[in-house]
Design a protein around this ligand. Structure first.
Ligand code: ADP
Ligand code: MG
Length: 245
């Protein structure tokens, strides 16, 4: 479904120097896979996700999505983003819109659904995450766990082919992590293709088809969860796991 070829991303600093964040990543994600990405802070995990859906334009290399190189300037970026959902650490809900307005904004504005179709779909999705009663409230009145479940629903309302999650539980109070992970597990069981950056190693063990260790802009290790956690090859991964497990 997604093939990443020699993906590099550099940022130019104000003093003219260049920070190389991604240093030639190669990877292939098949339909239905659940890829979990772990690694130290600042290693390039968010940048990698953002390059996948072109929120960041790669400096070089290719991202091939369903056979099309989406880094080609001729490709419509908005169309790509419609097909690749993204869920952020800080929810990114619009605080001046109700839950329902948040969910239907993109599909209606982009002409994918009529307002009544979008509302109908939103209701079904809200019901699935047990938040139908929150349709008409504003995000400020929700807990972090509720906000993140709404953000997932908003992403799902676009019928994406894959969803990218960037530390979806990192901003939550501990007692709310489980309710968000449960929604993600349900999605995984239903066959959704998912790429998840997370520090939740239990989720990785239970749900991942593959776990990637990203360190200093490279994929240093890639394995099934069992091998990844029981038999880490590099000293870097062994050290990392000894700190997080
Ligand atoms: P992670 O998600 O693994 O913590 P990031 O992808 O956010 O790492 O960041 C990797 C590196 O890239 C960091 O050193 C960060 O400071 C740098 N970086 C990320 N985004 C930008 C940007 N827009 N401009 C400059 N540097 C950036
Ligand atoms: Mg990050």
């Amino acid at each position: 479904m997604i093939t990443v070829k020699n993906l590099c991303k550099e940022f130019k600093n104000t003093d003219g120097t260049v920070t190389k964040v991604l240093k030639g990543i190669n990877y292939e994600i098949n339909k239905g896979e659940k890829i979990v990405i772990v690694g130290p802070s600042g290693s390039g995990k968010s940048t990698f996700l953002r390059c996948l859906n072109l929120m960041e334009r790669p400096t070089s290399g290719q991202v091939i999505f369903d056979g099309v190189d989406i880094t080609d300037r001729k490709v419509n970026i908005n169309e790509v983003r419609e097909r690749m959902g993204m869920v952020f650490q800080n929810f990114n809900l619009f605080n001046n819109l109700t839950v329902m307005q948040n969910i239907i904004l993109a599909p209606v504005k982009l002409g994918i659904m009529t307002e009544s179709e979008a509302k109908e779909k939103a209701k079904q999705l809200l019901e699935r995450v047990n938040l139908l009663d929150k349709a008409d409230v504003y995000p400020a009145s929700l807990s972090g766990g509720q906000k993140q479940r709404i953000a997932i629903v908003r992403s799902l309302c676009m019928n994406p082919e894959v969803i990218l999650f960037d530390e979806p539980t990192s901003a939550l109070d501990p007692e709310m992590v489980g309710e968000v992970l449960d929604v993600m597990k349900k999605l995984a069981d239903e066959g959704m293709t998912m790429v998840v950056v997370t520090h939740e190693m239990g989720f990785a063990k239970e749900v991942a088809t593959k776990v990637l260790f990203v360190d200093e802009g490279n994929i240093l290790e890639e394995n099934t969860p069992k091998e990844f956690f029981e038999n880490p090859q590099s000293k870097r991964l062994q050290d990392f796991l000894s700190k997080v497990l």
